[in-house]
Design a protein around this ligand. Structure first.
Ligand code: MN
Ligand code: MG
Length: 652
């Protein structure tokens, strides 16, 4: 750090002078600079570690956010540290505690230990706090040395929200001393109130039904904020574990930050749940927001990313106004712990806080052992070497888990009666990733770290409702994976090298053949190039041809459902269920719950026969050992392809 001799002879570091917020520099005798720091959606990320990949990373970890927090504390007269929920679940450390170690009364949850170490002032519940049941939640929260509040979840609902017997205190009023610009101390009562999406009642129905009830976020605020005022709160901060969605309020809305911020009496709002950053260009030009001023419905607001990626920071200049405090100025920002460089590499911007790391060292080590240890068994090898030419276990297991999960989630809804299908693609299937870029988990033990290999992306589960015609269109889109093959020709190259395997969705729950003699209906980007083409033939549900007008549910992911890959029936308008859970978490739960999985593919798709025709297919050399056992495809070794791939001949 460069040290300069200033004009007046003081030695000061330029960095600390630059970091000093103007409110601190200018606070007068009747003014107080208060800094409100937020963490949100930590999801048990304390160490900067990706437990699925089993390697250190610089983009996550409360140990890193902690360094931003301590830096603010060091340069501030007055600060408060708040967490916005979703701390108990979301990485293998959370699963290790829930599925292995347990969370008995008196046990300490590691993320709570880390939060205690850092000295949080308060927190609220996120929707994921309910994932492991209410006992797990209450036992975990009992270890917190800070209050945890939640205003819209009740053990018993009264006639109005104020009469609810809430699960946790709806709010807390913190009595603090603030130091003004002249160094004099003033007492202040800061009210902290918290909210969670009422959708928890659906997402965790099996834990919550009959035990708790949820209210609309805005309705709960309108009830409790005046009560906080009556009890003397001079400044009210909303911990809104809910995202920034529509500007207009609708009853029970999931992402309610804008109408919540508008509630009279709320002075500042911390948001989260949607894992985004506010202010940021993501939110440019949105109704109800001022991205430049950092306000939501005119109130200072922030959203600090997820997994510790950012610290949200609201700076308030409070001014004594008779017997109360008035906000005379405010700024908001989200400070990152890392930056992505132009070559996509990551640079850490802060170092670890040693005390925070030490507070979870034992559980971190135990989690490493947990992800490396078998949690289940597979009866079939889970490899993707032939996933582009035959129905494949590594894709099948994803669809099996997605169907298992979506069936539970849609039980009791209008969609429960519709046929349930599942779409999944081989993410690691060579291509530009190279000849080693395949999933390869042998028969026997399955460890948590293998699951990352089976599901590469941190997508979340979605369900869409589509027509039979759209099911066919979806598959026509997938079938662009292949070149058009001339009947009777020999050794034609099968794969279109420009088509990424993650857009080769296999749909389970229907049966079909792919006729490679036809041109592809879509190009690699999803534009229709041969409207009359029919690569998908013999498409059937329960053995009968699909009715183009019939309706189907397809379990998929947020990327596809919201238009990723431009698949027919998947433009965002057909979504009927948005899961809070990642496909990867669902896969882990599925494996843990089933113990032994048997993901042998059901052979629901294949190529239509083309007598006297052969194609060449390139895959990883590691696939050679399995080539004799791929059902429904006659593979013959045909030397090597370009770039180190192994080449096979397939007689169609
Ligand atoms: Mn979250
Ligand atoms: Mg299948």
């Amino acid at each position: 750090m460069p040290i300069q001799l200033s004009r007046r002879g003081f030695i000061a570091s330029t960095a600390s002078l630059i970091a000093l917020h103007p409110f601190s520099a200018h606070a007068a005798a009747n003014q107080v600079h208060l800094r409100i720091m937020e963490t949100t959606d930590l999801h048990v990320h304390v160490y900067p570690y990706d437990y699925y990949a089993d390697k250190a990373i610089d983009t996550v970890g409360l140990s890193r956010t902690a360094s931003l927090i301590e830096a603010i504390r060091a340069e501030s007269t007055n600060s408060i540290l708040l967490d916005n929920g979703d701390f108990l679940q979301g990485n293998p450390m959370g699963d290790y505690i829930a599925y292995e170690r347990g969370m008995k009364p008196g046990d300490m949850h590691p993320v709570i230990a880390a939060m205690n170490t850092l000295g949080f002032d308060a927190s609220t519940l996120g929707n994921h706090e309910f994932n492991y049941g209410l006992n797990f939640l209450t036992n975990s929260v009992a270890g917190a040395s800070f209050p945890v509040v939640s205003a819209n979840i009740a053990k018993n609902q009264g006639a109005s929200a104020r009469e609810d017997e809430t699960l946790l205190p709806p709010y807390v009023i913190l009595e603090r001393m603030l130091t003004d610009g002249a160094g004099a101390a003033h007492p202040i009562k800061i009210g902290i109130i918290g909210f969670v999406p009422p959708q928890v009642m659906n997402w965790d129905r099996k834990h919550l039904e009959g035990n708790v009830q949820a209210r609309d976020i805005v309705a709960a605020a309108q009830a409790f904020v005046p009560e906080m005022k009556e009890k003397g709160a001079e400044l009210i901060i909303a911990l809104c574990h809910s995202g920034i969605g529509a500007a207009a309020h609708s009853d029970g809305m999931e992402n309610a930050a804008i109408p919540l911020a508008a509630v009279d009496g709320i002075d500042a709002i911390l948001t989260g749940h949607s894992h985004l950053v506010f202010p940021s260009k993501t939110f440019e030009g949105r109704e109800g927001l001022d991205n430049a001023a950092g306000t939501i419905s005119g109130k200072p607001g922030v959203m600090g990313g997820f997994w510790g990626s950012h610290m949200g920071l609201i700076d308030l200049m409070l001014e004594r106004d008779g017997n109360s405090w008035r906000i005379a100025g405010h700024t908001a920002e989200a400070r990152p712990i890392s930056k992505r460089n132009e070559d996509r590499s990551i640079t850490a911007l802060v170092e670890d806080n040693a005390a925070v790391l030490a507070s979870v060292q034992l559980e971190h080590d135990a989690t490493l052992a947990y992800v490396r240890r078998a949690v289940g068994k597979t009866d079939a090898p889970l490899h993707s070497y032939f996933a582009l030419v035959a129905d494949d276990p590594s894709v099948q297991v994803v669809s099996n888990a997605q169907m298992w999960y979506v069936e539970q989630q849609l039980a009791g809804t209008d969609y429960a009666g519709l046929p349930l299908l599942s779409a999944a693609a081989p993410f690691k299937a060579g291509g530009r990733g190279g000849p080693d870029y395949y999933t390869d988990v042998p028969v026997g033990d399955v460890a948590i770290k293998n699951v990352a290999d089976l599901y590469l992306y941190p997508n979340t589960v979605r369900a869409v409702v589509v027509t039979g015609a759209q099911v066919k269109g979806w598959l026509e889109r997938s079938a662009g994976m292949f070149n058009q093959i001339t009947p009777g020709g020999a050794d034609q190259l099968l794969l279109n090298p420009d088509f990424p395997s993650y857009n080769f969705d296999v749909i389970d729950g229907v049966t079909y053949k792919i006729d490679l003699s036809q041109p592809a209906m879509f190009d690699k980007d999803g534009a229709v190039v041969a409207a009359g083409a029919n690569r998908i033939v013999d498409l059937a549900y329960n053995g009968a041809p699909i009715d183009p007008a019939a309706r189907f549910v397809i379990a998929t992911n947020n990327y596809r459902a919201s238009g990723g890959g431009a698949f027919p029936g998947a433009d965002g308008s057909t979504v009927v269920f948005e899961a809070p859970d990642t496909n990867r978490d669902v896969l882990v739960r599925y494996i843990v719950e089933k113990g032994t999985i048997n993901p042998s593919a059901d052979g629901n798709w294949g190529f239509a026969p083309m007598p006297g025709t052969s194609v060449l297919f390139d895959t990883g050399p590691g696939g050679a050992q399995y080539a004799g056992a791929v059902p429904g495809v006659a593979l013959e070794a045909a030397g090597t392809g370009e770039g180190g791939f192994a080449r096979f001949r397939i007689a169609l």
